[in-house]
Write a protein that binds this ligand. Structure first.
Ligand code: SAM
Length: 233
């Protein structure tokens, strides 16, 4: 996969992309990431990217030319899947990460200030929000999208890092985990996990996943139950 990130704060993005699973994928050449400062594409001699809003009001608006010039300078931009990070976009979920992970080329635009000149939206395929709150800029949101998407590309995670059991992958929160020691300050690891009985462990994990989803996320639980009923389970 190739990912291009359009931002006016490249240093907010670059260091993070060199770390952990994403960093390893880049190192192993399974992933290419370009971080593009669209300020460089401003036709303004002072490289200005924002301006005051028509109609008045507080804050500055990102101008259309630097963004679209930068977009058009990206190799293969026409065919790429182009995403705008905005709190007004579709609420992001694991199913979106799975969907985005199937694209060969993603372009992600990060906003700042009051956001974008509305005409920019016509050049992009979708708008994504990472939650009902407002960040100062789209950089952290773009990193959330990259982190969650890249780990779902086949061949990126190794066997020990499998995402099959992760929360949301089957509509439920994941079961609880334990590691050594067997007991800490009177708190013991559930016996079944040390029993070596794989079927019993699997059953326990399934039950715990259902229990915890029911208490922590009744919305997910209800959806899961409905889907199970539909499939006659
Ligand atoms: N005035 C805008 C509004 O009310 O919708 C908010 C602009 S926000 C201060 C600046 C930029 O941060 C946005 O253009 C977007 O790129 C990014 N951003 C902020 N919150 C976000 C969220 N929840 N999800 C995705 N991007 C977000």
């Amino acid at each position: 996969m190739r990912i291009d990130v359009l931002t006016i704060f490249p240093d907010m993005v670059k260091p993070v992309l060199g770390q952990s699973i994403v960093g390893r994928a880049v190192y192993e050449k399974k992933l290419t990431i370009h971080v593009i400062d669209f300020r460089e594409y401003s036709p303004n001699k002072h490289k200005k990217v924002d301006d005051t809003p028509y109609g008045g009001g507080a804050g500055m608006v990102l101008r259309v030319e630097p963004v679209i010039n930068a977009l058009r300078a990206i190799d293969g931009y026409e065919k790429a899947h182009k995403v705008i990070m905005t709190p007004q976009g579709k609420p992001y979920a694991q199913t979106d990460a799975a969907r985005l992970s199937t694209h060969d080329h993603l372009i992600i635009l990060c906003g700042h200030y009051e956001g974008f000149d509305e005409r920019i939206h016509a050049y992009f395929d979708e708008e994504i929000s990472i939650g009902d709150y407002v960040l100062t800029g789209g950089e952290v949101a773009a990193l959330v999208l990259i982190e969650s998407t890249v780990r779902l590309i086949p061949g990126i995670l190794n066997k020990d890092e499998s995402h099959q059991d992760d929360s949301f992958s089957d509509g439920l929160l994941e079961y609880p985990h334990y590691t050594r020691p067997r007991e800490f300050e009177g708190k013991r690891v559930p016996e079944v996990l040390m029993s070596g009985n794989h079927q019993a462990i699997e059953n326990w994990r399934r039950t715990e996943a259902l229990k915890r989803t029911k208490t922590r996320r009744p919305d997910l639980y209800a959806r899961h139950q409905k889907a199970q009923k539909k499939h006659g389970k």
